[in-house]
Write a protein that binds this ligand. Sequence first.
Ligand SMILES: Nc1ncnc2c1ncn2[C@@H]1O[C@H](COP(=O)(O)OP(=O)(O)OP(=O)(O)O)[C@@H](O)[C@H]1O
Ligand SMILES: [Mg+2]
Length: 346
Amino acid sequence: MSLSREPFLSQTTDTKEAQPLLELRQLCKHFPIRGGFLQRQVGAIKAVNQIDLSVFPGETVTLVGHSGAGKSLLARTIVQLIQPTSGAVLFDGKEIAKMGRAELRLARQQMQMTLQDPYTALNPKMMVSEILAEPLKIHKLVDGRSQKERIAELLQLVGLNPYFAGRYPHEFSGSQRQRLNLARALATRPKLLIVDDPLLALDTVVQPQIVELLAELKQKLDLALLLLASNFAHVRAISDRIGVLHLGEIVELGETDAVYERPLHPHTQFIHSQTRPLEAINDRLQPMQLTGPAPDPAKLPSGCNFRTQCPYATDICRDELPPLRDLSKTDQPHLAACHHAERFQE
Ligand SMILES: Nc1ncnc2c1ncn2[C@@H]1O[C@H](COP(=O)(O)OP(=O)(O)OP(=O)(O)O)[C@@H](O)[C@H]1O
Ligand SMILES: [Mg+2]
């Protein structure tokens, strides 16, 4: 019986020759569970567990996962707002934990993140001009005279009127605040933008507009994007590759079309069946009924983490942890961590 997932560094979906801009190697963020009189550690919540992933220059990788899947923690761990328990984050080929001060400063400038909630992400006491000036000052990117011009440019870049520089966050709608969030992250001219669930707090009518804006920015600024999303709605057109997070682990990863048309993990199929309008669901993607509630992250089942909910689970799913393996029949890898993935290939 295998107890832990084997590293699969030689088996990622990264077939491209170029050096990845971002590389995650067996990245973990675990929280200890303490118990008993002495409050000893009796277990751990594996909120982010053994993540291997690369994002190449100009590429968009989207990670889809339900609430609690570990999206925000992963994003925060990558940008070092939270220290990982183990594993490594490499930016432009260098391990962030081993960078000197100057290198780290540059990496922080070139790798930016937007927080998921645009309502709390912006300081309500600061005017937009101050919010956007902050990263410029921290990274010493403009002098006093050009700062005003740069702020106007940033507002225009995200589709807002430069006149808004004199307003406060509460004077904006949700989608406008998300635009401000993006403008602030773009102030340092990053090469990589990590966007944490930009659609979550927004009305469905304005969600496509934010995705369109991201696509536009990506093209205009030659950005790489790591996009985190809670479902498959709206992200197909912008994503080069899609991964699926379940309880802190990547359970599927492949080219966007493959993950949409031929999802190989039942959890991916479940999210699809919830996300896509019924008429778009083809024969292989019938609405799925789960067989149980989601497990407690503090008490995960043996074997596959999805097996207590999975209609396809058998004894092997209880006894053995499914490795993330490449099931692709083309030269574009398509990884899935399911013992029964072959049955979904045809
Ligand atoms: N300090 C902590 N101690 C213990 N567990 C934590 C802590 N912070 C987060 N977690 C757990 O980590 C898991 C992942 O949380 P995270 O916020 O990353 O999820 P998410 O995918 O971003 O969800 P959402 O879509 O709701 O934003 C959750 O189960 C959460 O309870
Ligand atoms: Mg989140």
